[in-house]
Design a protein around this ligand. Structure first.
Ligand SMILES: NC(=O)c1ccc[n+]([C@@H]2O[C@H](COP(=O)([O-])OP(=O)(O)OC[C@H]3O[C@@H](n4cnc5c(N)ncnc54)[C@H](OP(=O)(O)O)[C@@H]3O)[C@@H](O)[C@H]2O)c1
Length: 346
């Protein structure tokens, strides 16, 4: 079976999910939406993805032809030819699309900018793939929550309980954003705790976790400062935790002292070196020499490439919802292998 995938919202996340879908042999892109014939349409044309209008009004659809783009119809037309839609519209906008997806009788995946309550289901590959099997719809959690899940879920599985406090040092804007900030300040998120940590509990309720967040003037990555309390009798050491993570997918562990990769700037340079499109890094980056277990308290830092860590997760979520792969590790291996081939970086 080849799953027919629609992308509603062809922006930062949408264009990346589209290429990751295109890389897989068990799914294909049947169309992407744009609100108007502007920036982004040329990329879709170059990739050969059919363009649809975000809206169904004839005047909005006709505007594409007037600008020289072949527009195949409105969102309703796209939903009619798809098995599943990946909603990559701006945060908080997606929820208003839900009624359209339901009336088109197709499956849907939202992104982390929507609330868990919109779907009642959330997703990360390692935490709850099986709970999402054959579900009507789900939400791939945010980049930060995905990153926390990557390292905390295997730790939880080893320990059987986990209590976590973390501070999210957030990038102020994506590199392509010109309207966000701060550019000259450190901005605490005054809603305490921040949503990031507690959001992990939407995919792994057994992990007790809270977070605080600050936004800083950078565009390239988030950094997490994590303190986890392990239960008595955990039997772990700093080295065995590093070892455990090195055997898990989508985690990169490197020593800052040995590699010279000591800041997010060098992490992103490394990502550009390995050759993924847009300089993406789907993996979570953990500094080996920043990991320390003292008694029952584990301290570590990790860096998150906000524009791309959720991309492979969306592919695994498609397989879960469509019921085509019930083993999360098999899906992760297939997804990552196809993305690597697509990028020519095997
Ligand atoms: N960027 C990140 O770092 C990041 C990371 C993880 C998760 N997310 C989440 O992913 C989602 C998308 O974020 P993004 O960063 O990709 O946003 P984005 O770059 O602003 O892209 C959103 C796209 O949605 C389109 N759009 C606008 N209104 C729409 C509507 N009513 N229906 C469908 N599409 C509409 C816009 O299209 P036009 O260009 O055609 O006007 C725009 O290209 C959000 O939920 C966000 O929270 C973002």
């Amino acid at each position: 079976m080849v799953v027919k995938v629609a992308i509603n919202g062809y922006g930062t996340i949408g264009k990346r999910v589209a290429d990751a879908v295109d890389a897989q042999d068990d799914m294909e892109i049947v169309g992407v939406t744009k609100t108007r014939p502007a920036f982004g349409c040329d990329l879709a044309v170059r990739k050969g993805y059919p363009i649809y209008c975000t809206y169904d009004e004839p005047d909005k659809i006709n505007a594409f032809a007037a600008a020289g783009y072949d527009c195949h119809g409105g969102l309703s037309d796209l939903l009619n030819v798809a098995d599943i839609v990946i909603d990559c519209s701006p945060g908080k906008v997606g929820a208003s699309n839900l009624a359209k997806y339901k009336s088109a009788s197709i499956k849907w995946i939202f992104q982390g900018g929507e609330k868990h309550a919109t779907t009642g289901m959330s997703y990360t590959s390692s935490a709850n793939h099986s709970a999402n099997l054959n579900a009507e719809g789900t939400r791939v959690v945010s980049c930060n929550t995905t990153g926390l899940s990557r390292t905390l879920v295997p730790l939880y599985h080893h320990c059987g309980s986990l209590s976590v406090e973390c501070t999210m040092i957030r990038r102020a804007a994506d590199p392509g954003d010109s309207s966000k900030g701060p550019i000259n300040a450190i901005k605490p998120v005054l809603k305490v705790p921040s949503h990031h940590g507690p959001d992990v509990m939407t995919v792994k309720p057994e992990i007790s976790i809270n977070s605080m967040a600050v936004a800083v003037p950078t565009t390239i990555m988030h950094v997490h400062v994590i303190v986890a309390q392990l239960p008595d009798g955990h039997n772990l050491t700093t080295e065995s935790i590093i070892d455990m993570w090195s055997q898990e997918p989508r985690i990169i562990l490197m020593s800052g002292a040995e590699t010279g990769i000591t800041t997010t700037a060098e992490v992103m340079e490394y990502a550009r070196d390995i050759g993924r499109k847009w300089g993406d890094l789907h993996e979570i980056f953990v500094w080996r020499d920043g990991v320390k277990l003292e008694g029952n308290t584990l301290y570590y830092f990790q860096a998150i490439h906000q524009e791309s860590d959720v991309i492979p997760e969306n592919i695994d979520a498609i397989r879960a919802l469509m019921g085509v792969e019930d083993d999360w590790r098999a899906s992760v291996a297939k997804t990552d292998d196809a993305i690597a081939r697509y990028n020519n970086i095997l």
